[in-house]
Design a binder for this molecule. Sequence first.
Ligand SMILES: NC(=O)c1ccc[n+]([C@@H]2O[C@H](COP(=O)([O-])OP(=O)(O)OC[C@H]3O[C@@H](n4cnc5c(N)ncnc54)[C@H](OP(=O)(O)O)[C@@H]3O)[C@@H](O)[C@H]2O)c1
Length: 335
Amino acid sequence: MSSDAPAVAVVGATGAAGGTLLRVLQERSFPAAELRLLASPRSDGAEVVFGAQRLTVRQVSDERLRGVDIAFFAAGALTSRRHAPEVAAGGGVAVDKSSAFRLDPEVPLVVPEVNAVALQRHRGIVANPNCVAIPLTIALAPLQRAFGLRQVTLATYQAASGAGRDLVAELAAQEREAAAGREPRATVYPHVLQGNVVPGGWAMRGEDTDEEVKVIAETRRVLDLPELAMSVTTVRVPVAVGHSAAVFVELQRQASAEEARDAFRDGPGVRLVDEPGEQRYPTPRDAAGGDDVLVGRVRADPGREHGIAFFFSADNLRKGAATNAVQVAELLLAG
Ligand SMILES: NC(=O)c1ccc[n+]([C@@H]2O[C@H](COP(=O)([O-])OP(=O)(O)OC[C@H]3O[C@@H](n4cnc5c(N)ncnc54)[C@H](OP(=O)(O)O)[C@@H]3O)[C@@H](O)[C@H]2O)c1
């Protein structure tokens, strides 16, 4: 691909991740000779504001992706499976936010701060990890480099927007209902999220949620640690934007909490927020709207050998989705 301004498409431009992607493209002045906004037939003809322009959304088709240099896919795995190979066959690159190709050995799974080198072997499709695996690998990579990783345990606190725009709208409606003294109802999610914490809502794969299986497989792949021992419980919480997790790590070598903090300070994409005595630590509210993975509550974990515990928060729609994809595209353009 030449470094001349590319023709760009955003598939899923009307969704939570796609809408954020449009904002991030604008903020970062991503060079685009042309921008095609695509979605399902439901949105054909809808208008979306992009800077000073009003752009019309069209139904995605191979025809409308023809001649595109970079196509961002944020419209679910089925749409990516159907159309991303066509983009690659036409000489463009599909930067995919869905789960369709994340475990395909022919497709690199890239977090630029962690494994940008993997991009070099792309063949027209680049996968992005899910919105927990991205901040988790950014937080773990400095510990991996400095001390080695032996085992990772985490429980997540995942925002409604991770499940898309419909759950954001449902949570907002439930909050209004509860404030008016009425009983909130759930139709999008299996439980009312307002005033609740839900350790499910994903499809199940045996006794694990699909999300737990993804986080483990994708984290291992990005860190290039296929045997890393991991235990994950994924939980949905009544927060609009910002995924968090409590993480417990067994390192290969002993490290003090201060040494772990030093590693986090040097970690690309990490911002250490760790003055708990001053009530400063990561929260999804502070992470939302930014691209940093906030890391704090760093401490020795006496429950395991060479143990370190920490907490992170990150914006699932930005670094967990849009920003990561745009960074990948920037690296592709830089050649
Ligand atoms: N939300 C996150 O935090 C996040 C993070 C990482 C990755 N992702 C991934 O991003 C993708 C979208 O998630 P989301 O949360 O943004 O969902 P969403 O808010 O529900 O938006 C879905 C988008 O996909 C489009 N779409 C649905 N079916 C389609 C079809 N058959 N053909 C073309 N477009 C179709 C929708 O278009 P219409 O408006 O026409 O219905 C809409 O633009 C998923 O693959 C998800 O795994 C999301």
